[in-house]
Ligand binder design. Structure first.
Ligand SMILES: Cc1cc2nc3c(=O)[nH]c(=O)nc-3n(C[C@H](O)[C@H](O)[C@H](O)COP(=O)(O)OP(=O)(O)OC[C@H]3O[C@@H](n4cnc5c(N)ncnc54)[C@H](O)[C@@H]3O)c2cc1C
Length: 445
């Protein structure tokens, strides 16, 4: 006899674990399956885990703002569960969005007003008072250090920033996922690790369950693809699902750099998360008084789409290909050093490298599929860590409604954001949508 569950979730990252946690609370018997040894060890482990509200669509802003409320109340969200590894910490630094040509900040501000996001307007003097190491000159347009114009002296000043006091980052994204796993287990959820799904079984277009690499079959009437950068591979295992999606996903390599803070400046305790479209970088404090520097993927930078199996197998099959490239290290750190001129850039690249599970328009797919019982929480495009607890609640309610007969394609499920009370049309994330040209087509979503 095969083992049987009400729902199987493929993946135990920050997207798959909250879905399980919420389904368990609704009475579902769930099983998360992950081929890695523990929860959150996939791309989540390398996440910058920044929690900010600026997105290019009003729905994107609403969802992210809802997410703030979970991180600010983490213990309660987890039902005060005990985790032997301890709890992840929300570092509520506040979040600065520089007003620049690289972000449509006026649109963001309009969305903040519509959603009710708490924010302040800071002029350059206020920014300099709060972050004395910043140089508020405009460096636009974004260039690479090989460009002869890269080192031109700036002339104009920027216009200030929008500051969200509730923003910040989570200190340990893998641990936060482990916390959610423990919370799900406390409600009856099961997890298996070092177990790779290599087939999704179905009959008459109804999902039946999955088969593991070792041949084990596990049955469930609901299967959720939460496989991160492998999402398209899982969709290809489920008959007709990949072909049935108008929006597709693929894996993009992404490098994050760590660079020491200027001497004498306590960035770790006094710094803010900052999104800086003027130099196409986002940065936040990191352990060791470091600047953690991510890229907003400007047009002048190359994009490297990869096969996730090859990336995680690494060179010669020796594990994750975590090598930073000299060129990208230079590009990201030199750009950041324009804003923080006293920053000292070491000779050796330091940081992490992992994969975004990117959708065609950088907006996720949170949806059912063309196969009855098969659901997707994929295409998180480098920007959905912050939203994961919201996604868990939304996906669980969507699954439950569809399993009880809702035709979500015809009559899209309306989800109420629990904290901010706003109604949300889940059809926004449909696999059948046309490309959303309101998107920034970048990590900013
Ligand atoms: C470098 C980087 C920086 C980021 N920074 C931010 C940020 O600052 N803020 C933000 O909001 N978001 C950020 N993100 C995005 C965010 O981290 C991701 O959206 C999120 O972690 C994705 O979670 P996931 O659970 O979908 O994927 P994963 O964590 O990758 O989990 C998927 C799991 O599925 C498993 N799996 C895959 N295939 C199989 C199979 N066949 N069988 C069994 N298991 C399988 C994998 O082992 C993996 O553990 C960043 C992402 C990266 C890569």
């Amino acid at each position: 006899m095969n083992q049987r569950y009400d729902a199987i979730i493929i993946g135990a990252g920050i997207i798959g674990t909250p879905i399980a946690y919420e389904l368990c609370q609704m009475g579902y018997k769930t099983l998360n399956i992950d081929k890695l040894p523990d929860a959150g060890e996939g791309s989540t482990a390398a996440s910058c885990a920044i929690v900010r509200a600026h997105y290019s669509t009003e729905d994107g802003v609403a969802m992210a703002y809802e997410g703030f409320k979970y991180w600010l109340d983490w213990e309660n969200y987890l039902g005060n569960v005990r985790d032997e590894k301890g709890l992840a910490k929300y570092m509520n630094t506040g979040s600065i969005l520089i007003k620049s040509q690289g972000h449509d900040w006026r649109k963001v501000q309009k969305h903040y007003d519509a959603v009710g996001v708490a924010y302040e307007e800071w002029d350059n003097d206020k920014i300099m008072e709060m972050v004395p190491v910043y140089d508020m000159h405009e460096f636009w347009p974004v260039k690479r250090p090989e460009d002869p114009e890269f080192f031109n002296e700036p002339i104009k000043m920027l216009e200030g920033a929008l500051f969200c006091p509730e923003g910040g980052y989570v200190n340990d994204p893998a641990l936060s996922t482990h916390n959610v796993m423990r919370a799900a287990e406390a409600r009856g959820g099961k997890f298996i690790f070092n177990a790779e799904v290599n087939a999704v079984r179905s009959r008459d277009n109804q999902v039946l369950g999955v088969t593991l690499k070792d041949g084990t079959q596990i049955d469930a009437p609901v299967v959720v693809n939460a496989a991160g950068p492998h999402s398209y591979k899982i969709n290809q295992m489920a008959e007709g699902v990949y072909e049935g999606c108008n929006i597709k996903t693929k894996a993009l390599r992404h490098e994050v750099m760590h660079c020491p803070s200027p001497e004498g400046y306590d960035y770790l305790n006094k710094g803010y998360h900052t999104s800086d479209g003027d130099i196409a970088c986002y940065y936040r404090p990191e352990v060791g008084n470091m600047f953690l520097i991510g890229s907003e993927d400007p047009d002048c930078d190359p994009q490297e789409w990869v096969d996730p199996d090859e990336f995680y197998a690494g060179k010669g099959g020796h594990g994750r290909d975590n090598q930073l490239t000299e060129e990208q290290w230079k590009a990201q750190t030199y750009r950041c050093a324009k804003r923080v001129p006293s920053m000292k850039i070491p000779n050796q690249p330091r940081g992490v490298c992992d994969l975004y599970d990117c959708s065609d328009d950088w907006i996720p797919i949170y949806d059912k599929s063309d196969m009855q019982g098969f659901y997707m929480a994929i295409g998180t495009s480098g920007n959905q860590y912050k939203n994961a607890p919201v996604v868990g609640a939304m996906m669980a309610e969507l699954i439950d409604a569809c399993e009880k007969g809702l035709d979500h394609d015809k009559d899209p499920f309306q989800f109420t954001l629990r904290h901010i009370g706003r109604r949300f049309n889940v059809g926004f994330f449909s696999r059948n949508r046309e490309i959303n040209y309101d998107s920034s087509f970048s990590v900013n979503g």
